[in-house]
Design a protein around this ligand. Structure first.
Ligand SMILES: [Zn+2]
Length: 231
């Protein structure tokens, strides 16, 4: 397995993008809920575990789904939540209005996101999803509304594509870096994984399912955050 893991996440070979049954189980454990419509694993830990899940731009129930890259690793989501709680998004939004170069690079990131989603639609057989044409995620192209989305994009695309996602990744280096595995103890590996055989929940996918407790909320400074576009 380790041989398939590339140091640059953007160079993840096609075969390791395919989510295995094990990957889907790990994703469910990482998120504390079943995942669905995950079509690729665009970024992995050096140990091979998923860092980001790519969701099809049209869910199997027909719903258009703009948020392609979803950050799943709890260590990274918590760290990014800390940045959000510290006000980094406000600072970035101020800079976006003042710095033409940054605004241009961020707009290019938006276009890369749309292109990457198109490519995934092609590979996964989703086909065109005109309802979300030109709509990316995370506040792109002009604002920052969710740093988790930007970091998910940066990890999927590799460095140099999303300037603000890259910046956020640098800013969490105290808690997570791509050259090390932080998986041990990061999620519950005992017992059964949240079942994937739950078809009635909607695109928000929140566990209002009978018999399943809601995920335990951690203290406010350490919550997984509001990452938009839960599938
Ligand atoms: Zn790992």
């Amino acid at each position: 397995m380790a041989a398939q893991v590339e140091e640059n996440t953007a160079a993840v070979p096609q075969e390791s993008r395919q989510p295995s049954a094990h990957d889907l189980e790990v994703l469910s454990r990482q998120l504390g809920r079943p995942v669905r419509d995950v079509v690729e694993i665009p970024a992995r830990c050096v140990c091979g575990n998923p860092l980001v899940a790519a969701t099809a731009p049209r869910l199997s129930n027909g719903t258009p789904f703009p948020t392609t890259f979803y950050l799943t690793h709890p260590v990274i989501t918590s760290a990014v939540s800390r940045l959000e709680a510290g006000g980094l998004m406000n600072e970035m939004n101020t800079r976006l209005t003042a710095d033409q170069n940054l605004a241009g690079a961020y707009h290019s990131a938006h276009e890369d996101y749309l292109q990457a989603r198109n490519d995934i639609a092609g590979r996964s057989g989703t086909g065109a999803v005109p309802e979300i044409d030109g709509i990316s995620a995370g506040g792109m192209p002009t604002r920052v509304k969710c740093l988790h989305v930007l970091v998910g994009h940066s990890l999927a695309a590799g460095p140099g594509v999303n300037p603000l996602g890259d910046e956020a990744l640098d800013a969490i280096s105290e808690w997570w870096t791509k050259d090390r595995c932080y998986c041990d103890g990061a999620w519950d590996t005992a017992g059964e994984a949240p079942s994937r055989d739950l078809s009635r929940h909607g695109p928000q996918g929140l566990p209002d399912i009978v018999g399943r407790p809601a995920p335990v909320r951690k203290p406010k400074t350490d919550t997984p955050g509001h990452q938009e576009g839960t599938a």
